[in-house]
Design a protein around this ligand. Structure first.
Ligand SMILES: [Zn+2]
Ligand SMILES: [Zn+2]
Length: 337
């Protein structure tokens, strides 16, 4: 079968022929329907993140149809439409038992980080990592929710945003656009910041109450003006550079939370005093819980969470990654084998 494999930093991934995987006990074989192309892929190519082994098949946002089940699988059947929780939790460790399965100590697999991902014709995952996709949700949309939608739900929960709050979404890619919608769902006001006018227009279409041009001279002042001068209750940092962090901190109001979801090679400096006096918080949010993927799919089924999805063939992977790097992907691109 075909798979898009990452070999080494600085080299584009390669579409190769590999042996098709076989499902072992407790596992299922999926025919991949779609796999989202996320900024995380670029972090592998750039060497900011290192997978546990190379070569490895990229793609952690995957939905498909069950083609075969391994021994002992009883709750998933051939033909089921499923989304994959990309960090496959063990279900037994301290973190899993506490419901924080995204922090699992002994995951059964981790797509594209430890085990082969979904930029391929087929994929084997533990049956316990699959989540049923409601009939009204397309598999390409379901694939994007495995990262962007569910990561957005997790980030908004981490920030503790409540109805009536104002939150800034700094970066309007796949995750940012999903956060805008989740904020609206929670009754909060969203201000989106992006450098691309088409992304800002899309953020408004998806529910942003205000937008700020990320190329303007003083982004923080523009955000403060949009909050009536008080600053934001939360800022979701999806870029994570020195410049965006500085603007994000300056835009934060009293008691506000700066939540890092994105990151870069930059190191960030801050002055503790300027955080202590207004009692501001710096938080981080990684990935998502299985329950958040279930909620994302449910919101999508009720029309409350959308993705703008563009479909591309598997052999276009390198071109799509280049487009993503250049900031030319609007919404989420998925690879369709
Ligand atoms: Zn992702
Ligand atoms: Zn665990």
């Amino acid at each position: 079968m075909r798979a898009v494999r990452f070999h080494s930093v600085g080299q584009p991934p390669v579409l190769e022929d590999v042996d098709p995987p076989r499902p072992g006990p407790g596992e299922v074989l999926l025919d991949v329907a779609a796999a989202g192309v996320c900024g995380t892929e670029l972090h592998f190519l750039d060497g900011l993140l290192a997978p546990a082994r190379t070569p490895i098949t990229l793609g952690h946002e995957v939905a498909g149809t069950v083609a075969e089940v391994g021994a002992g699988v009883v709750d998933v059947a051939v033909g089921d439409r499923v989304a994959v929780h990309y960090l496959h939790p063990c279900g037994r460790c301290h973190w899993c038992r506490a419901g924080d399965d995204h922090l699992c100590d002994a995951p059964l697999g981790f797509l594209a980080f430890v085990t082969d991902g979904g930029f391929a014709d087929q994929l084997v995952v533990p049956a316990s990592a699959t989540v049923p996709v409601p009939g009204s949700v397309s598999l390409p949309l379901a694939a994007t929710l495995c990262c962007s939608g569910s990561t957005a739900l997790h980030a908004v929960a981490t920030a503790g945003v409540s109805a009536g709050d104002t939150a800034v979404v700094y970066g309007a890619g796949g995750v940012g656009l999903a956060i805008v919608q989740v904020l609206r769902e929670r009754g909060a006001r969203a201000i989106a910041v992006a450098r691309n006018p088409e992304r800002l227009a899309l953020a408004r279409e998806l529910g942003a109450d205000a937008t700020v041009d990320g190329t303007s001279d003083d982004v923080a002042a523009a955000i403060r003006a949009a909050t009536g001068g008080t600053g934001a209750d939360a800022v979701f940092e999806l870029v994570g550079t020195r410049a965006t962090s500085s603007a994000a901190l300056a835009a934060l109001g009293k008691g506000g939370a700066l939540v890092y979801v994105g990151y870069s090679f930059d190191r960030i400096e801050f002055d503790p005093l300027s955080l202590v006096v207004p009692e501001q918080r710096i938080l981080t949010s990684v990935g998502n819980r299985r329950a958040e993927l279930v909620e994302a799919l449910d919101l999508a089924a009720r029309g409350r969470l959308r993705s703008v999805v563009t479909e591309h063939p598997l052999d276009d992977a390198v071109r799509v990654l280049d487009e993503l790097r250049a900031g030319r992907v609007l919404g989420r691109a998925v690879l369709v084998p």
